[in-house]
Design a protein around this ligand. Structure first.
Ligand code: COA
Ligand code: AMP
Length: 633
């Protein structure tokens, strides 16, 4: 019998008591005055409390006598290198780096941008910032310099920590030139850059501004200097993580220290069923929220070991890599995006590679980041013979809104559903007028305020955008911007976004942002970007551009330039490979572009021609343009 229902009910009956109980798992410097309260009009958790996240993730385990337990396992399927760090070694790395950063002037409240590949130093850097009370903001390595510059301008970091390169299969990406380009165009000027030199590339350092990571930590280590944890308020920001919004300007999701720790540690125990000393592997990237929560903070808060994996599910070198890692490191639970399993299934449909490894340590597979299609879930269940748990969450929440809580006892699995609301989330499906809908009816999925611990209290330096984006449409609720329904048993089904966010290989991207980039092409008058269904990546973007009057250039050339432009301005991660020049875009008589109809044509879904369409003939033009690219035929 699962303890889920009694647990959810106990939260509902006494939310503050519930979270105060969960908070006992955390070390506090000073206890809270209020478990939950409004401060300056924003909902906050553990108000008045003081703490340090790095202490809870690292020091306290060493102090409790667990210094010899494994903390971080690095495994690069690209270089073949691996390394292991115990909690004691992790503490030494983090406290030494923190001392070196302090020497460079880093203090509590300062922002630090991290532009890092998947190496253990990325984890050390995040924890060193947390140790000093500095606010990190990790930018995913697949973003191009203009995106990095946007984040530099918004977060206004004192310093940037980076590495000389990232490694993609068959490709070494030198980070320093990208970082220099971003710094050249950013209006905000940083005081220092600290660069970790990897053996594949040696980055050129600029006198005065740039520092060699190995050299500065070497000096601190040589002098035996480390830094203690700096006490911060529970409500102080731990990090800012930028995520796609409806425009090209990303949203700076703020995560606090106290609530974040409480929710994450609760989740490790009750959702993921992980105990101290076990090995948890989130095969994601520290640039995404999954990486923040489940590569770095949650496993370490729980005293478990985490894996920093540099590689891909396929091609590094084969679809057996995941099983090799599980076997080599005794992984208890694996967490990844469904797209990774679609990639493996495509290359190894029979699961032959699974049989080559001893994966009996694996107890559960967790999937999130995009809808887990039932075929993929069934394949994984069949081949791995362990429960496959889909769970639904967002950058904004930092942990799952809905899940099947393995630690409380698995509930019956329904394919296509991430199961039920977690404690802290009172979920309702609302119609356009804000009225709750009965089971089975599709609507906007909303969470009654206040949001639980770990969820964003606001957007960085932008309370107004926070309120407007999430709280204004349905007063009293947080709008998830996901549409779906709940069945009679309270199981949720997440069907689509209600905004123009698309999900490409588990990466969240803004079609609005891509449209802004395409509109910047000198020959382009109008644009539309839609997300179309893709067997491997779930969705991929497709762009349409209408040229300015009088442009007589070859369409194919402009299309190629548009593709290159998005790669240059947003990054390879946008995965925009198809742009079509079209004579016109379909619009309503009031001028609204009919993106949903275009998507249905591409996905060969049935649709009714909107009654308000300006000229139905345009839909045939779109169909022909897509067919010419082999789409929708
Ligand atoms: N730095 C630089 N470039 C990067 C990068 C990084 N950190 N991460 C990805 N890219 C590049 C890739 O090289 C690729 O470039 P290309 O267009 O030249 O091939 C592009 O960005 C798209 O990358 P990706 O989305 O990873 O697609 P892929 O085709 O290389 O691999 C999958 C497809 C399914 C194997 C891959 O997406 C994957 O492993 N997904 C796992 C899910 C995941 O990690 N989700 C994160 C949230 S949980
Ligand atoms: P991100 O902020 O990058 O984590 O993306 C969050 C979005 O990804 C959500 O709003 C959903 O649209 C989608 N998503 C994440 N997990 C799931 C899931 N398990 N099922 C369906 N959609 C999901």
């Amino acid at each position: 019998m699962s303890r889920y229902y009694e647990t959810y009910t106990s939260w509902k009956q006494d939310p503050e008591g519930f979270w105060a109980g969960a908070a006992r798992a955390i070390d506090w410097v000073k206890p809270w005055e209020k478990v939950q309260a409004q401060v300056d009009g924003l909902d906050r958790w553990f108000v008045g409390a003081e703490c340090n996240t790095c202490w809870n993730a690292v020091d306290r385990h060493v102090k409790a006598g667990h210094g010899d337990r494994l903390a971080v396992i690095y495994d690069s399927a690209i270089t073949g290198k691996s390394a292991r760090f115990t909690y004691r070694e992790l503490l030494d790395e983090v406290a030494t780096l923190a001392a070196a950063l302090e020497d460079l002037g880093l203090r509590k409240g300062d922002r630090v941008i991290l532009y890092m590949p998947m190496i253990p130093e990325a984890v050390f850097a995040m924890l060193a910032c947390a140790r000093l009370g500095a606010i990190h903001s990790v930018v995913f390595g697949g973003f191009a310099p203009p995106e990095l510059a946007t984040r530099i301008n918004d977060a206004k970091p004192k310093m940037i920590l980076s590495a000389s390169c990232g490694l993609e299969p068959g490709r070494v990406i030198s980070y320093k030139p990208l970082l220099d380009q971003a710094l050249d165009v950013a209006a905000h000027k940083v005081e220092a850059c600290v660069i970790f030199q990897r053996e594949q590339v040696s980055a050129e350092l600029k006198e005065g501004r740039d520092h060699d990571w190995g050299a500065i930590t070497g000096v601190a280590r040589g002098q035996g200097r480390t830094t203690d944890c700096v006490t911060v308020k529970a409500t102080d920001p731990l990090y800012i993580l930028y995520t796609s919004g409806t425009t090209g300007q990303p949203k700076g999701v703020v995560r606090d220290n106290g609530g974040h720790m409480v929710a994450l540690q609760w989740s490790m125990e009750n959702i993921y069923d992980i105990r101290p000393g076990e090995v948890f592997w989130a095969a994601s990237d520290v640039g995404w929220v999954v990486g923040h929560s489940y590569i770095v903070y949650a496993p370490l808060l729980q005293g478990a070991a985490t894996i920093v994996f540099e590689g891909k599910p396929v091609g590094t070198p084969d679809p057996g890599t995941f099983w090799r890692i599980v076997s080599d490191h005794g992984v208890t639970a694996l967490f990844t995006a469904p797209t990774a399993f679609r990639a493996i299934k495509k290359e190894d449909p029979e699961g032959t590679y699974i049989g080559k490894y001893d994966i009996k340590s694996l107890r559960t597979l967790f999937l999130a980041g995009e809808r887990a299609d039932p075929d993929t879930v069934k394949w994984a269940e069949d081949k791995l013979k362990v429960p496959v748990v889909d769970h639904w969450w967002q950058t904004e929440t930092g942990w799952s809104i809905a899940a099947n809580p393995v630690g409380l006892g698995l509930l019956p699995v329904k394919h296509g559903s991430p199961t039920v609301a977690m404690p802290g989330y009172a979920i309702e499906v609302l119609d356009e007028g804000g009225h709750p809908l009965p089971p089975g009816r599709l609507g906007s999925i909303c969470v009654k305020l206040p949001l639980p611990p770990s969820c964003l209290p606001t957007l960085w330096n932008n309370d107004e955008r926070f309120r407007k984006s999430y709280l204004s449409h349905f007063p009293g609720y947080y709008e998830t911007a996901d549409a779906g329904y709940m069945d009679e048993d309270g199981y949720l089904y997440i069907m689509a976004r209600t905004d123009d966010i698309i999900n490409v290989a588990g990466h969240r991207l803004s079609t609005g942002g891509m449209e802004e980039v395409l509109a910047g092409h000198p020959n382009v008058a109008e644009t539309a970007v839609i997300g179309i269904a893709d067997e491997l990546k779930g969705q991929v973007p497709v762009g349409f551009v209408v040229l300015k009057a009088g442009v007589a250039r070859m369409a194919a050339e402009i299309e190629k330039e548009c593709v290159a432009r998005v790669r240059e301005k947003i990054g390879a991660v946008a995965a925009l490979k198809t742009v079509a020049v079209v004579p016109r875009l379909p619009k309503t008589r009031s001028g609204k572009i009919l993106r949903a109809t275009m998507r249905k044509i591409a996905d060969r879904e049935e649709f009714k021609t909107p009654a308000t369409i300006d000229d139905p003939a345009i839909l045939d033009e779109i169909r022909a343009a897509l067919a010419a690219k082999g789409i929708g035929v």
